[in-house]
Design a protein. Structure first.
Length: 584
């Protein structure tokens, strides 16, 4: 209640008037005011359990003459606030709350400082001292004294909630943007003065948070929906030019959201808490920034979004720390990418019935100035060298350099020189450009439970054994039961106890044999249970990464036994003819 609604004011009583004086004053007021109002005021002042609320809302410790002066000050709606500075904390608060209610010119006053002063005064109140003052006045008024200070504490809490409601009524009249600016100024003022004011925290939590809740929900849904649309675009067409524009719009939506949430974020940060709704949105934005990097290799755009998240949500410590780490990781990726871009650059000219060219760069691979194959399109590589001998004398060296895409054709080059180093240079650049990428894509495929060419699995390998007179036998073996080696231009996987069980891949003519070789060697060296595990790929990683098609399954069947039967039968017939004495 404000001072004009207080029973002491209604009856014209002081805190030191006894029961008889209060009854006499009430009798006189019956002729002037509504009897129900007077009766309620009389009951509150004469009932000890109810009296505490009237005392807390009045001017405890202030003389009757000074109380009259204060009430006249409020009745006249004076604007000189010097009176407040001379009052104890609780009376000062009650005067100011009454000014908020009745002072028509309040809108013209610097009421942010006004509210801050009320909140600061609350922190100055000592329950112990206030209980002593109230008991002194009750003793003079011959009223039962307060034995438990918790009664005063509870009454103060209820009074604080009333003050918050009055302040809320005032702030509700403001447009949303001005309300946000004022609440932000309140919190920043507390931070600047290194104060923790419970009344302002309550005002933020119970007033401002409720006021902006519909806006928060609306903006949150808008941001999440925008993120989903960009995610879909990244999955469907990661190179789309509209992604950049969509992300710029997304950043603007984040800024609008954060502007309204700043008072909540700062207030909770000051209390060692985090605003959960802002934290959720920050992680939505962080997730999108990571996908911009992983799915579309948009490093600059990812960095821009990460920095914006850090700038906007710096009040949320867990987000700030996480994004700091992300930015450091991104910088390391960018540094590594620059190094990688330099390593994959390759420009070769070779004379072979005319000038032939091969160019490899981060943008793709082109042969003889023709079509440029994007690196992300390439799903298969093959290369190798054949040394030619005549009568034991080396005569020439043939080279092979090839790559393929799933839907955009392939190239096979046989004109690269070996002795001049061009073939080796091209192979090194090709491996750095796409070899590792293909290997990681293969590991993701294995982690998903699929196989490579129907032969290689994450924990097992399918080997074949040929027979003279029966079809090829096939069996799965664990990686612990096999050995690997190179022989006559083939990469061979064989059972360590019986090498007739084997699978062989040609380095020059089978797809990705060099990649398979490197991947399995890494797995054997690491001692991991699975190939994907050796490369650090989890099932979750496998679901997120880009999937590639590596070609059809490898045929391990051998049809030699058919020819064996043909020759055996033919030989048998021939012998039978000879033995019968027939002549040809």
């Amino acid at each position: 209640m404000n001072l004009f609604e207080n029973p002491f004011y209604i009856l014209g009583a002081s805190t030191r008037d006894d029961r008889k004086q209060i009854l006499d004053l009430a009798q006189d007021k019956m002729l002037q005011l509504d009897t129900s109002v007077v009766s309620e005021a009389k009951l509150m002042l004469t009932t000890p359990s109810k009296r505490i609320n009237a005392e807390i809302s009045w001017l405890p410790g202030i003389s009757k003459s000074k109380c009259k002066e204060i009430m006249q000050f409020l009745t006249d709606k004076q604007t000189d606030l010097s009176l407040i500075g001379s009052l104890p904390p609780l009376p000062a608060i009650n005067v100011m709350i009454s000014m908020l209610t009745y002072w028509d010119n309040l809108q013209k006053a610097p009421f942010i400082n006004f509210i801050h002063t009320i909140a600061a005064k609350y922190e100055e109140i000592s329950v112990e001292n206030l209980t002593t003052i109230l008991n002194e006045e009750r003793s003079v008024a011959k009223m039962p004294e307060i034995s438990n200070p918790s009664v005063v504490e509870q009454a103060l809490e209820a009074h604080k909630n009333y003050c918050v409601e009055q302040l809320q009524h005032l702030l509700d009249k403001l447009p949303t943007k001005r309300l946000t600016a004022n609440m932000l100024a309140l919190v920043e003022n507390c931070i600047k003065q290194e104060e923790s004011l419970s009344l302002i925290d309550t005002l933020i939590d119970k007033s401002y948070a409720i006021k902006v809740q519909p806006y928060l929900l609306e903006q949150s849904e808008k941001i999440k929906e925008s993120a989903k649309k960009i995610e879909k675009l990244l999955s469907d067409n990661p190179q789309s030019q509209s992604i950049d524009e969509r992300v710029e719009e997304f950043i603007e939506e984040l800024s609008v959201f954060d502007e309204a949430m700043q008072p909540l974020q700062l207030s909770m940060q000051q209390r060692g808490l985090e605003h959960q709704e802002s934290k959720d949105i920050a992680y939505v934005a962080r997730g999108l920034a990571i996908d911009l990097l992983n799915k579309a290799q948009k490093e600059e755009l990812s960095e821009k979004l990460m920095k914006k998240v850090k700038e906007l949500f710096t009040e949320i410590s867990s987000v700030d720390e996480r994004v700091d780490k992300d930015l450091n990781d991104l910088k390391e990726i960018q540094d590594n990418r620059k190094e990688w871009e330099e390593e994959v650059m390759c420009s070769i000219k070779e004379w072979s019935w005319g000038t032939r060219t091969l160019n490899i760069s981060p943008k793709g691979i082109s042969v003889d100035g023709g079509r440029r194959y994007k690196l992300e399109e390439i799903n298969s590589i093959r290369f190798g060298v054949t040394q030619n001998y005549t009568n034991g004398v080396h005569t020439s060296t043939d080279t092979r350099f090839a790559f393929e895409t799933e839907n955009h054709g392939a190239e096979e080059i046989t004109w690269l020189g070996y002795s001049n180093g061009n073939w080796q240079k091209a192979v090194d650049c090709l491996w750095r450009a796409v070899g590792v990428k293909i290997m990681m894509a293969m590991a993701r495929k294995l982690a998903n439970g699929d196989s490579l060419y129907g032969v290689i699995y994450d924990k097992q390998v399918l080997l074949a054994k040929t027979h003279w007179y029966t079809p090829t036998e096939k069996q799965l073996f664990s990686w612990d039961d096999v050995v690997i080696y190179s022989q006559n231009g083939f990469f061979v996987i064989a059972n360590k106890h019986d090498r007739s069980w084997s699978a062989a891949f040609s380095y020059q003519y089978d797809q990705n044999t060099h990649v398979i070789d490197r991947m399995i060697h890494i797995a054997f060296k690491s001692g991991a249970d699975t190939i994907s595990g050796a490369l650090g790929i989890t099932k979750e990683d496998a679901k997120k990464g880009t999937q590639l098609y590596f070609g059809p399954e490898k045929n391990l069947d051998s049809y030699g036994f058919i020819f064996t039967w043909i020759f055996t039968i033919a030989g048998g017939i021939f012998l039978l003819v000879l033995m019968s004495g027939c002549r040809f």
